[in-house]
Design a protein around this ligand. Structure first.
Ligand SMILES: Cc1ncc(COP(=O)(O)O)c(C=O)c1O
Length: 429
């Protein structure tokens, strides 16, 4: 008989991702309509662009070999320059205004890696991170692993409620716990799961609030801008980073996965230099650099203008599918459903009347599965025991990967189910 092994505390604290079984279920059930996965639309993936850029790179032995060799830990210089140039052109984030230049940019293996690295660099067991309720559940997994304590602040149509953020920080100060607060985590554009964006006013106030409560150490804002480019209309809201005029307070993360290719798993960050260094040391331990070939392909696509043309197409596609979902909700969901018409991103958050819980053990969820429709139960998006646990009746609905016809059919089935349960009064459980 083999001997048992002993896992680290960190491994023991790390729960199974709550939706991994849902993803597996979707794969094993080809007739299922999955409104659960936050995957990007398979039909829009940039096969031709990536093919042309790869051919270009491989057409010369020099560029081909460079692409097939290891790169640097911090990432491809050309791509890092493009990342800051784009922030300058789109948002006016510059060295003059924000002390941001290419030396502050890092390329990572998806933005998820950077969220992990930043958290790893900043958080000891028992440290506190403030986040929205609901929030991106995969980030919550990182907090569990780190043994961090989450405090949840409610969200509304304008993103995180910054008055509530202020109250939470004041409570922590009164309780003598301000020294443990390291981060405010915010998905500031078309949030996962609610689809809402932080208003410009709240961006400014969030920054002022963290500055005011940074008494003996800096409380950072971790601005996760994963969905920034997936807006349905121009102009973009300014990133919270734009108001960080000294490049000291906002740790900005972004990705090429959502707007371009998830399979290339390339993300990036723009960070204050003092935190970039420890992040790089951790990244060195992880992988000493992200895939050079992918970075070179993306850099080429950006330089040729293909990237921007592609993003325009992707936006138009999601805008159409979001409208299909929104129309279906208007038509089929109970009138008392609370939801926000998406302006970008991949999600609609729908809160059914409180008498219809939507959690994984609920009658509604089971009935939806029986009708071959999958959604992410809203319960997964609230950090347990973190001060605010929101509603039990919400669903995260994604129009990312399902075809428009499936989106329409899936929403119809869910809506009719909810209406039936409401009228027969069987829902609550
Ligand atoms: C809010 C948010 N942040 C970060 C990520 C990570 O994306 P990636 O690592 O693919 O860049 C995701 C992916 O779904 C996300 O939804």
């Amino acid at each position: 008989m083999s001997l048992p092994f002993r896992m680290s505390k960190r491994a023991l604290r790390t729960p199974e991702p709550p939706i991994s079984w849902l993803m597996k279920y979707a794969l094993d059930c080809p007739q299922c309509i999955s409104l659960a996965a936050g995957f990007v639309d398979t039909d829009t993936l940039p096969v031709e662009i990536v093919g042309a850029c790869t051919d270009d790179l491989m057409a010369s032995a020099d560029t081909g070999r460079a692409a097939l060799q290891y790169g640097t830990t911090i990432g491809l210089p050309a791509l890092r320059r493009q990342i800051v140039d784009r922030l300058a052109a789109d948002d006016g984030i510059t060295f003059e205004a924000n002390r941001v230049d290419a030396d502050c940019a890092i390329v990572t293996s998806g933005s998820q890696q950077l969220l992990f690295l930043i958290s790893d660099v900043l958080l000891d067991e028992g440290d506190i991170v403030i986040l929205g309720g609901p929030s991106y559940f995969v980030y919550m997994g990182i907090l569990h692993s780190m043994g961090a304590i989450a405090r949840t602040v409610p969200m509304d149509a304008d993103g995180m409620d910054v008055d509530a953020l202020e109250r939470v920080l004041a409570d922590l100060e009164r309780a003598g716990q301000l020294d443990r607060v390291k981060l405010v985590y915010d998905v500031s554009f078309f949030q996962n799961p609610m689809g809402v964006s932080l208003s410009t006013e709240r961006r400014k106030r969030m920054l002022q609030i963290v500055q005011r409560f940074s008494k003996r150490h800096r409380i950072f804002i971790l601005e996760d801008a994963a969905y920034k480019e997936l807006r349905f209309a121009d102009p973009s809201l300014p990133p919270t980073k734009k108001f960080d005029t000294t490049n000291e307070w906002v740790l900005y993360t972004g990705t090429f996965c959502k707007p371009f290719s998830a399979g290339m798993k390339t993300g990036f960050g723009v960070l204050p230099k003092e935190i970039l260094e420890p992040v790089l040391r951790q990244k060195g331990n992880h992988d000493f650099g992200s895939a050079n070939l992918n970075q070179m392909i993306i850099s080429r696509a950006v330089a040729r203008g293909d990237y921007d043309r592609h993003v325009q197409k992707v936006r138009a596609g999601y805008r159409k599918k979001a409208a299909v979902m929104a129309d279906g909700i208007r038509k089929y969901f109970p009138a008392a459903t609370t939801w926000y018409e998406p302006q970008g991103g991949l999600y609609i958050w729908a809160e059914l009347p409180a008498s219809i819980p939507t959690g994984p053990d609920s009658e509604f969820f089971k009935a939806a599965l029986a009708q071959n429709v999958l959604y992410v139960p809203g319960d997964f998006c609230f950090y347990p025991n973190s001060g605010y646990e929101g509603t039990r009746s919400a669903m995260r609905l994604s129009y990312g990967v399902a075809a428009p016809g499936q989106v329409a059919e899936g929403i119809k089935r869910l809506g009719e189910l909810a209406c039936e349960m409401l009228s027969s009064g069987v829902a609550a459980k």
